[in-house]
Design a protein around this ligand. Structure first.
Ligand code: BES
Ligand code: ZN
Ligand code: ZN
Length: 500
């Protein structure tokens, strides 16, 4: 979808569909009153008859019968003016794409960005709308062959605005597009079947990024990983015929301040020998969402020209029950020399992250480390699909993430990493167990985070469990069913505001 701005009034805009918003009890603006008059009071009459009351997400289409240059009007309810927010704009924009497609329009024009929200600029409102439109329009269709021509797409959206605001508007569009394109890229990667999206496939995607001068990509294969003694990562890959990889994407490598992003890249999680039941295995192509999000974020920060060094790490492997698979009871010596007793082969994400965090800290000495992982089913039990769980060793970094989460609405909620939780990880045979020594999986998300803490020495570190937010079981306003691309906007916002 092309998105442009234009200095045209809604009264004179030639478009197939004019998208306009109204709050509850809002008086018609001067321009809208003019349109109302030209339409013989059509708008005021549907308001008077309570057919349209401006309630949030209410919608009404009006035919203009060629009395104004726009052919149809889509009237959207914005709810209570006091409760209006950037997230409501995003949601409204997402819903708009559904209306537009349903009614077979290919293009539309809107002035939704003119609706004032306290403490926001027109640039921010335009960005939020752009995100809602581009994220809402997304559909994963790579593997559809039948009736492909019937798949509906929108070709263009035009923001209508006063001439003096066009610069700000265009900036909002630009940033909104960078973030949405990167998010949609992550959605594509995560939705791609695991038979295609293997560790090698993901490494090749990273190579594409190296076309940018500011990016260097390093790919470590099985040979290099063996030499480095990254046995926790290698152990997980043992049962698979696919070669594991550790991909390192280094942006702005000469800058002093550096942030490491680490993403779990299990391209398929069968559970290994502790095999998952069918209902739990079916969506496990999504278990590389952390790595995909790191890749997508690297893409967005190149375009945003972030002035710091950002290093992305993607440990990539399958977790399969092949004949050389790791067995419950096996012990591995991790990269940092700690020994791990593998008591459940399905708790594999923490193993590949353990080696990667230790490797990143030792070899790159970043100022901060953030990891993202679809790590625990328990995270979905605790927070559902609404927020990711965040925990770590640095309260300042957690506070920054919370604030970026509130701003982007990719929200995070903190869980404690108190020492008491470590007690459950003490091993009989090795230094640490890879699952908690409990009745079941009590505090599963925290126990997994506590495990990771053993592999970070002194670098400020935060872990984000995205098990619930990376994959939706049903469509919402601007998120599709399946991969959401959660995290790109969150991390990009954090990096945009890093030194502010
Ligand atoms: N990839 C899963 C986590 C997961 C499960 C995400 C369900 C989304 C939905 C992870 O590797 C896993 O299997 N974790 C286990 C850990 C347990 C064995 C301690 C889990 O959460 O059940
Ligand atoms: Zn697992
Ligand atoms: Zn997993």
């Amino acid at each position: 979808m092309k998105i442009n701005s234009q200095s045209t009034k809604i009264t004179s805009c030639k478009t197939n569909l004019l998208v306009i918003g109204l709050f509850e009890k809002e008086k018609l603006s001067k321009e809208l009153s003019l349109i109302d008059k030209q339409l013989n009071g059509e708008i005021s009459s549907i308001i008077k008859s309570k057919q349209f009351a401006g309630e949030l997400f209410q919608s009404q289409t009006i035919s203009t019968l060629k009395k104004i240059p726009a052919r149809k009007i889509l009237l959207l309810g914005l709810g209570k003016e006091k409760e209006f927010s950037l997230e409501i704009l995003r949601k409204i924009a997402g819903l708009t794409t559904k209306f537009v497609k349903k009614q077979d329009f290919k293009e539309f024009a809107t002035n939704l960005q003119t609706k004032i929200i306290k403490n926001t600029t027109i640039e921010q409102r335009t960005q939020a709308l752009t995100e809602g439109f581009l994220l809402g329009e997304y559909k994963f269709t790579d593997y559809k062959t039948v009736d492909k021509d019937k798949i509906k797409t929108i070709s263009s959206c035009i923001f209508l605005e006063d001439k003096k605001e066009l610069l700000a508007l265009n900036n909002g569009i630009k940033i909104g597009r960078i973030l949405s394109d990167a998010t949609n890229y992550v959605r594509d990667l995560v939705n791609t079947p695991a038979g295609i999206a293997t560790p090698t496939f993901m490494a090749n995607e990273a190579k594409k990024l190296a076309k940018n001068k500011s990016i260097k990509v390093k790919i470590l294969g099985k040979k290099e990983l063996t030499k480095l003694k990254m046995n926790a990562l290698l152990g997980v890959s043992q049962g698979s015929s696919q070669e594991p990889k550790l991909v390192i994407i280094d942006y702005n490598s000469s800058k002093k301040e550096s942030i490491a992003l680490v993403g779990k890249g299990v391209t398929f999680d069968s559970g290994g020998l502790d095999i998952k039941p069918d209902a739990y295995m079916v969506d496990m192509k999504f278990d590389m969402a952390g790595a995909a999000t790191v890749l997508g974020t690297m893409k967005s920060i190149v375009d945003l020209k972030i002035p710091h060094r950002v290093i992305g790490f993607m440990p990539l492997t399958e977790n399969m029950p092949g004949s050389s698979a790791q067995k419950p009871g096996d012990v591995v010596i991790a990269y940092n020399k700690k020994t791990i007793e593998i008591l459940n082969t399905d708790a594999e994400g923490r193993l590949i992250l353990a080696d990667t965090l230790a490797y990143a800290e030792k070899n790159y000495k970043p100022n901060a480390m953030i990891d993202l992982a679809t790590l625990t089913g328990a995270c979905i039990m605790a927070l559902g699909y609404t927020a990711a769980a965040v925990m770590g060793t640095d309260e300042k970094l957690i506070a920054k993430l919370k604030s970026s989460g509130d701003e982007t609405y990719e929200r995070v909620w903190e869980l404690p990493l108190w020492d008491e939780y470590q007690d459950f990880l003490k091993g009989d045979v090795a230094d640490v167990r890879n699952i908690g020594n409990m009745k079941g999986y009590e505090a599963g998300t925290i126990v997994a985070g506590s495990f990771l803490k053993n592999f970070v020495e002194k670098t400020p570190w935060v872990h984000i469990d995205i098990a619930g937010t990376a994959w939706f079981i049903k469509e919402t306003h601007y998120n599709p069913k399946g991969a959401t691309g959660y995290g790109v906007r969150l991390l990009s916002n954090l990096l945009q505001n890093w030194k502010k």
